[in-house]
Design a protein around this ligand. Sequence first.
Ligand code: 3HC
Length: 279
Amino acid sequence: MKVSVVGSGTMGRGIGQVFAQAGHQVKLIDINKEVLGKAKENIKESLARLEKKKALTESLDVIMERIEYSSDIADVKGSQFIIEAVFERIDIKQEALENICKSASPDAIIGTNTSSISINTLAKFIEGKERFIGTHFFNPVPVMKLVEIITSERTSKEVIEKTEKVMIEIGKDPVFSKDFPGFISNRILMPLIREAIAVYEQGIASAADIDKSFRLGMAHPMGPLELADFVGLDVCYDVLEVLYRDYGEPRFKPPITLKNMVTAGKLGRKSGEGFYNYR
Ligand code: 3HC
């Protein structure tokens, strides 16, 4: 199958990689050529890790050759499955989705990788709303088996079934969610992170001990503050804001400590500093 992924940041490049690993021809598209270059490097590194532990069924080079890199969104033309994975901002997603629709074949399925924006809202930017569906992947995409499939009021049954089939075929194990803010995972994860920040804010325990509690007490691979740094503190803040705005419940209110850290540019791993120092 021909697949296009629009947006080649952390999520987009991971999604492109898993489709290529499953034997699909992938076009990884990003208007920023520098980001595309980084994506290529990063995919190679990730495949090398998988190759080293004999988790690939083909050679790294064969898989790499299945991925074409392009800075022209019109290159989605001819793809049967298109996934938008640009920045988590509604105006940026609107532009990307409208441009995708200008070149996509009328029968192409269009998925969106969003962690918190409503699928019904994004569907407004789509021509042929029945072919639009939410496909929320998890970081690191080549490792995490989960994908949340989110349907809008207008997604067709055929598109839901096809998307499920495709996700299973690329090695994911999907769950289904209605279009409610945070879907399943982030609705539950973000209040956990929020409460961990409250325990830290109140000086009850150190970040290291909060995280250790979850690693050793609940067998989580990362504690909630490590995970927040891994996901990006700006992303956590943005998702909490959406949850708080839409549900109006204090349990979703973004903590002031989180706001201060994000404002100061402490975004977690990607900026080198968050609840921990990565420099
Ligand atoms: N590509 C390929 N393989 C990778 C990889 C990558 N990018 N990153 C890690 N791996 C592999 C490693 O090779 C290793 O494989 P092995 O165990 O078979 O040798 C395995 O994953 C573990 O990696 P490491 O040994 O380097 O490091 P860790 O043991 O610390 O694991 C981790 C790293 C997989 C990130 C683990 O800590 C983890 O699972 N953390 C939780 C991640 C999580 O919860 N993600 C979801 C975030 S929420 C989200 O994305 C939704 C959004 O909307 C907010």
